[in-house]
Design a protein around this ligand. Structure first.
Ligand code: GTP
Length: 597
């Protein structure tokens, strides 16, 4: 146990976490030449393509320091707010954290939010000043920023380059010398923290755990405390680049467990594994069921594919327990599912996986957050509104509440005005403004989560010329003036285009939606009126003029290759069209409300 070090790497996105992990694996000889690939830990295709870590993983390295053999468990954490609960559990499995800060970008919003998570869990923080090789690096200034943030001394900050390998040995030495060895009692009843799980189609769910007390042995009857289910530990082992089966994993160490579980929902991140016969009396604290934050409808483009879609979603759920869905039907789109996601990125990932792994073509409707509606009947429990059509008749509503977040934004002093205006436009209330340095400002707002779903990131990037970072955490429900804006095409309401919005924005959004839909819906052989309405009141109107000519007519004779290109483009556009009544609506139209500016 004294020779084990469990640590994670925390950083703002793109500050070099994955690259540094690769370099550590290299340096400790944990990878063979053949296995060398960039960003080794990101082994899902999608992750590698997007260059982001979606699921956290763990890996064990052996390292000799002063003639003594050490086992270093690196627990990788996802870098996106959608997955912050997983980050918090991975952090809880460690004693130390490398806090990676880009020497050109300095401290950003996720540097701070992850740091707070690490400090809450009493982790030893090792600050790493990465990318010192960059010509734009500002090592002295950024070191000062880190010293201010942590209250450490400048000597504690390790200058490094995950690119050139500079500082890697110093980092390993610091891990061994500064991160405490795990504590715990090997003689107590088993108590292991589940910090991640991965679905393997051949072996079932692989559970990643950290033993806090006791030990787990192959064949042991074990129990998951939160789900109350018992299994046999068919296989346990440590996580090298491949899995290495072992007879037992002891206090302080990290490993994987295979029990033949075929459904990801049976293994919950944050749960405690214990001995079935002698269960622990103290499950590890901090367990939470992850809750979806964003809801949207998913429909097959071809109504006949509904059953295929169902079976694809069920398979997806087997390996992604955070995906929830229930069947719903829409007058416009037919049968589909109302799905709950951890956030917008998660939603995109699911949509993409449906298409890539299951060959489905789907239409996703405007996402919304989960509202609580109370009717004048005075019922105690709210009506949960995950779908615009669930909103009760306005005349019966007493009040509606919406989820709020604490938003942390770090930007340059020059952009404070712009960022403030944006946040206020998004119904934010400023809570705090702190100058981290003369140049850099931290702004804290209370904001409705719904406003983050609607084009916030892009706008923030624009108004700050890219110099703003953003993070958030939920702070509960607050009362809101919510209305449903319905869209009528050809005088027919299209339920799948309805959106729940704040009353103050309803007119503006209704108008913008009509304009946007006019842009997106192709002209057809007849005029198509587009109307936005609240209840029976029309608040905006546009018309798509009848005109349906061959798109190639524009290319007067001549260039055949250009013609072909246009035709192909038209064909592609077709793929994701949905006939509603006699109007063809492209996929982008269903998401139009997200990109109104
Ligand atoms: P996520 O996994 O998406 O959270 O990002 P990350 O923090 O892991 O960043 P990643 O390792 O993907 O690095 C981001 C970019 O910075 C990549 O293009 C790296 O090649 C580059 N990079 C990382 N470390 C260094 C460094 O020390 N020097 C230079 N010049 N570039 C680096």
């Amino acid at each position: 146990m004294e020779k084990i070090r469990n640590f994670c790497i925390i950083a703002h996105i793109d500050h070099g976490k994955s690259t540094l992990a690769d370099r550590l694996l290299d340096f400790t000889g944990s990878v063979t030449e053949r296995e060398k690939q960039d960003q080794l830990l990101d082994n899902m295709d999608l992750e590698r393509e997007r260059g982001i870590t979606i699921k956290s993983h763990a890996i064990q390295m052996d390292y000799v320091h002063n003639g003594e053999k050490y086992v270093l468990n690196l627990i990788d954490t996802p870098g996106h707010v959608d997955f912050s609960y997983e980050v918090s559990r991975s952090i809880a499995a460690c004693e130390g954290a490398l806090l990676v800060v880009d020497a050109a970008q300095s401290i950003q919003a996720q540097t701070i939010s992850n740091l707070y998570l690490a400090l809450e869990n009493d982790l030893e923080i090792i600050p790493v000043l990465n990318k010192v090789d960059l010509p734009s690096a500002n090592p002295e200034e950024v070191t000062d920023d880190i010293v201010d943030l942590l209250g450490c001394s400048p000597e504690d900050v390790i200058p490094a380059s995950a690119k050139t390998g500079l500082g890697i040995q110093d980092i390993l030495t610091a891990i061994i010398e500064r991160v405490p060895a795990p504590k715990g009692n090997p003689n107590e009843s088993l108590q292991a923290l589940v910090f991640d799980s991965v679905y393997n189609p051949f072996r079932g769910v692989e559970t990643y755990f950290r033993v806090v007390n006791g030990e787990i042995t192959k064949g042991q009857k074990i129990k998951f405390v939160a789900t109350g289910k018992s299994y046999e530990a068919d296989e346990i082992g440590t996580l090298k680049l491949t899995q290495v089966p072992k007879k037992k994993i002891s206090t302080g160490d990290v490993g994987y467990l295979i029990t033949g579980i075929k459904d990801a929902r049976e293994v919950k991140v944050g749960d405690t594994i214990t001995d079935s016969a002698h269960p622990t009396k103290n499950p590890i604290g901090g367990f939470e069921d992850v809750k979806p934050m964003v809801f949207a409808g998913i429909y097959p483009v071809d109504t006949e594919d509904f059953e295929d879609l169902r079976s694809s979603m069920e398979k997806l759920q087997l390996n992604d327990a955070s995906l929830v869905f229930t069947p719903e039907s829409s007058a416009a789109l037919g049968f589909g599912f109302r799905c709950g996601f951890l956030g917008m990125l998660h939603m995109e990932i699911i949509q993409e996986r449906l298409e890539r792994e299951f060959d489905m073509t789907v239409i996703t409707t405007v996402p919304n957050v989960s509202y609580h509606a109370y009717t004048t009947k005075g019922d105690e429990k709210p009506i949960i509104v995950n779908n615009p059509s669930d909103l009760p008749d306005p005349s019966t509503i007493d009040r509606v509440e919406e989820p709020y977040i604490k938003a942390t934004i770090i930007t340059k002093a020059d952009f404070v005005g712009n960022v403030m205006s944006l946040c206020i436009e998004k119904r934010g209330q400023i809570v705090n403004q702190t100058y981290l340095t003369t140049e850099r400002v931290e702004l804290i707002f209370d904001m409705p989560l719904a406003e983050i779903v609607f084009d916030f990131y892009d706008r923030l990037k624009t108004v700050s010329k890219g110099y703003a970072s953003f993070d958030y955490s939920p702070i509960g429900m607050r009362q809101s003036k919510l209305v449903r804006v319905d869209i009528l095409l050809n005088a027919q309401p299209v339920d799948a285009l309805s959106a729940l919005v704040h009353f103050d924005n309803a007119y503006h959004i209704g108008k913008k939606m009509c304009e946007k839909l006019k842009e997106l819906i192709p002209r057809q052989q007849f005029d198509i009126p587009i109307q936005a309405a609240i209840g029976s009141k029309i608040i905006s109107r546009e018309t798509i003029k009848a005109l349906r000519k061959d798109v190639t007519a524009k290319c007067y004779g001549g260039d055949i290759s250009r013609k072909r290109k246009l035709l192909e483009k038209q064909k592609k556009g077709k793929k994701r069209m949905r006939q509603v009544g006699n109007v063809e609506i492209p996929q982008q139209a269903f998401m139009a409300v997200l990109k109104l500016n």
